[in-house]
Design a protein around this ligand. Structure first.
Ligand code: DAH
Length: 336
């Protein structure tokens, strides 16, 4: 057996590799290192060795014993460390905790749905800056110098020439300056108005703008596109109508109404007893606007439209206070 010192060392190593816990480790300790264990047995046999062999064998045996003991000690302390108090406190039989999974904000959901419908109609998405020049926000859009919207009371001016855009319509100008017709674009974003916050208005809200510029664009195409959008967005069986209106940047201009969702057209508080709800403004792009943005009005015509995203989400979901969108009340948000 004394000849096997090396192979015993190897056996010990192999057995040690399979050890997972202190109990198994203790079994190996008893097998190799106890008083009647393998190592002690070898020392026992040393007595029978010849005088010449004894010193060498004794030395090898001592080395074996030390190395076995050291490996045992190391493994023991590493197992003990891993099963420290903290981890042994974990009760794996406890049922899991339900995590609250967030959802997209209702305004984001509304915008995403609108975008996907317009993309289906061939529109691409553009964005413009919230800090805008007076020129793009008003002048290029054909607002006369004395228009009330240019008043400080309605607009947040940053300097004399720069302001927080009051609508997404200036992005029309930016797109026309950059892209050659045909242009078919929607432009969503944040807008700012110097208004008192109430159940019907916020001073920061969102709009989505639409623009189509090409040769021979007609009002009929504008109506067709918007009716297709409204049917997909609000439902197939709604009625709609276009009412003449006025915007400085479109001529002719119109507003589009749909049947009131609450009274189904009979007349109620929400629709101010008209049976109709206004959903957007639109019109044929004024030739002055095309010209200001570098598009030849003799060659091209276009239509544009714009709607509020908060307002749209209010109408679609029967929400009566616009402030709910920004209050972050979980009871409100979790409904969507
Ligand atoms: N910019 C208008 C607003 O803020 C909305 C609007 C109306 C946009 C008619 C348009 C349009 O593009 O053609 O009230």
């Amino acid at each position: 057996m004394l000849e096997n010192i090396d192979s015993i060392g190897l056996d010990f190593d192999t057995e040690l590799q399979g050890v997972k816990d202190l109990k198994q480790l203790e079994e190996i300790r008893i097998k190799y290192l106890s008083r009647n264990g393998i190592v002690a047995g070898l020392f026992e046999q040393l007595k029978n060795a010849s005088k010449e062999e004894k010193p060498r064998l004794g030395k090898e045996l001592n080395a074996l014993r030390n190395s076995v003991q050291e490996k045992f000690d190391n493994l023991k302390s590493s197992i003990e460390e891993n099963s420290s108090e903290e981890s042994s406190k974990i009760d794996l039989t406890l049922p899991g905790r339900n995590r609250i999974i967030g959802s997209k904000h209702i305004l984001v959901q509304t915008l995403e749905e609108m975008k996907s419908i317009f993309k289906g109609l061939g529109f691409s998405v553009f964005e413009g800056p919230e800090l805008e020049s007076d020129y793009n926000n008003f002048t290029a859009l054909n607002f006369p110098l004395d228009h009330p919207a240019r008043d400080m009371q309605d607009t947040f001016f940053i300097t004399e020439d720069f302001l927080l855009r009051t609508h997404t319509s200036p992005v029309q100008v930016r797109v026309m300056q950059k892209v050659k017709p045909p242009i078919r674009a929607i432009m969503p974003g944040k807008v700012y108005r110097n208004e008192a916050v109430s159940s019907r208005s916020l001073c920061v809200f969102h709009q989505i703008e639409g623009l189509y510029v090409d040769k021979d664009v007609t009002f009929a195409e504008l109506k067709g596109t918007l009716i297709s959008f409204a049917r997909q967005f609000y439902g197939k069986d709604l009625s709609y109508r276009f009412r003449p209106s006025f915007f400085p940047f479109t001529e002719p201009s119109a507003e589009m109404d749909i049947t009131c969702y609450l009274c189904k057209g009979k007349g109620c508080r929400i629709c101010k007893h008209t049976g109709w709800l206004e959903i957007l403004g639109c019109g044929m792009v004024d030739p002055n606007v095309l010209e200001n943005a570098g598009v030849d009005p003799e060659e091209f015509t276009g239509y544009a439209f714009g709607m509020g995203i908060e307002r749209t989400a209010l109408l679609k979901n029967g929400i009566t206070d616009i402030r709910l969108f920004v209050e972050n009340d979980y009871r409100f948000l979790k409904q969507f």
